[in-house]
Design a protein around this ligand. Structure first.
Ligand code: DGL
Length: 231
């Protein structure tokens, strides 16, 4: 089966890698809309227009299932896509808030790094209200410009942009503790660009004691489940 996968740029390749690990024998078309990257700062009407063009491109090339390998597009347009293309099975990529809340301590500090679009989406805030346990803290940090730096910048530009966005962080170690200055227990990589190897390692260096999670493996499992229903 041909599986179409799209993102604003290279970020969705982190999702594609997770799907290919689970389903190595399927055929894949990856579409990166680099002409319009980043998506994270786009107004909703423009984003809807762009994702429709992405889907049309993949359908015209024979895709039978489409993976929205972009948190920004998923959190803001997945319902629109399902309504617009009712016969097409879609799998979206959402920030791994459920995983972070379920697999951490009842009083864990959880940080969600995301684009501006994802950070303000009602879908992300609904996920947090649904899964956050009463004593857990969840901070959402919008990271303007980080996906764009990952898309086209050098490693030092990515590193500089990451330091800039993290300077707005509120979750910190208790005063006087010897741990790192910034100390979430779990960091949710809520943009697929952040899960690529270089940005992921820079984020891990910024949060040496934190567990990093993303939605890639969950997307892969959902694709596998859907394919079984389609054969
Ligand atoms: N990689 C995408 C995401 O997961 C889009 C990043 C962007 O283009 O702003 O949100």
């Amino acid at each position: 089966m041909i599986i179409g996968v799209f993102d604003s740029g290279i970020g969705g390749r982190s999702v594609l890698a997770a799907i290919k690990r689970l389903l190595p024998d399927e055929q894949y078309i990856y579409y990166a809309d680099t002409a319009h990257c980043p998506y994270g700062n786009k107004p909703l009407p423009e984003l809807r227009h762009l994702v429709s063009a992405d889907v049309d491109y993949l359908l015209a090339r024979g895709a039978k299932l489409i993976v929205v390998a972009c948190n920004t597009a998923t959190t803001q347009t997945i319902d629109f896509l399902r309504q617009t293309y009712p016969s097409v099975p879609f799998v979206g990529t959402e920030p791994a808030v459920k995983l972070a809340c379920e697999e951490s301590a009842p009083d864990a500090k959880i940080l969600v790094l995301a684009t501006e679009g994802t950070a303000r989406s009602s879908r992300l805030h609904a996920l947090i209200s649904q899964h956050k346990r009463p004593n857990q803290t969840v901070e959402v940090l919008p990271c303007p410009g980080l996906a764009a730096a990952i898309e086209t910048g050098s490693s030092s530009q990515i590193s500089a942009k990451l330091s800039e966005v993290l300077s707005a962080l509120k979750i910190r170690s208790p005063q006087g503790s010897s741990g790192p200055k910034l100390a979430p227990d779990v960091v949710v990589l809520g943009c697929t660009h952040y899960s690529l190897p270089l940005p992921k390692s820079l984020i891990q260096t910024a949060f040496p004691k934190s567990r990093l999670v993303d939605g890639g493996d969950g997307v892969a499992r959902e694709v596998a489940r859907l394919i079984k229903t389609m054969i």
